[in-house]
Design a protein around this ligand. Sequence first.
Ligand SMILES: Nc1ncnc2c1ncn2[C@@H]1O[C@H](COP(=O)(O)OP(=O)(O)OP(=O)(O)O)[C@@H](O)[C@H]1O
Ligand SMILES: [Mg+2]
Length: 240
Amino acid sequence: MTTSPIFGCEGICLSLGGRQILDSVSLSVSPGEILGLVGPNGAGKTSLFEVLSGRYEAQSGSVRFRDRDITRIRFPERARMGMARTFQSPVVPGSLTVGETFRAARKAYRPYLSAHDAEWAARLAHLTVSWDRPAASLDTFDRRKLLLACLILRRPAVMLMDEPASGLINTEIDELDLIIRRLVDEYEIAMILIEHRLELLSAIADRVVVLDLGEVIARGAPEEVFQDPRVHAAYFEGVA
Ligand SMILES: Nc1ncnc2c1ncn2[C@@H]1O[C@H](COP(=O)(O)OP(=O)(O)OP(=O)(O)O)[C@@H](O)[C@H]1O
Ligand SMILES: [Mg+2]
């Protein structure tokens, strides 16, 4: 990967309820790159996404996007600037069909997006269910696909995905790999992916950052990082 970073943070410190959750965390990601973010439960991965997406304000540190300091810019504005984020739980609108969910997403961000854009996004996300189906009736993978398609619609430059493989079976994870790889390769999205399964990250991530108790304890190529004794100690003892 030779392109320069489009998105990243520097020295992020976050305290919540009087506890330090993140301690001087820095990372960056380039267009067309997948950065894996790993670490045991409670390491601070989701909290870092909250800061990166503008939902939490860090006590110190900065967030940059396209050479601009966006530290003080809030979540909706960051979304409009080209950042997208998925959540650990695939929560879909309780009372809308798939088609209505797309319509709401089109209206929320760019009123002029057409139904064709939604069809294009659904294809990219491999979403093949009927658009008349209530979104709440979809299984976990289709919910994730629907939510992903609603984000793809906005043609984000940066995507933060929080455990997108959670709740999926192996064949679905293989398909998710293909979906993500295509988004990154063809559309040059800069992707940060939180994932617990090291074998999945070894296959898909260009680089990884390991968080433990809010601190970065290792970073680099997956095959090297996952051999690091510190990572083994923190990760496997934490996860097992
Ligand atoms: N709103 C909050 N107020 C207080 N503490 C919080 C809050 N959100 C998270 N925490 C704490 O911050 C720490 C990091 O949590 P976080 O959810 O970021 O971890 P994680 O790495 O995403 O874990 P997991 O792998 O289980 O999703 C945990 O100790 C958690 O209890
Ligand atoms: Mg989390």
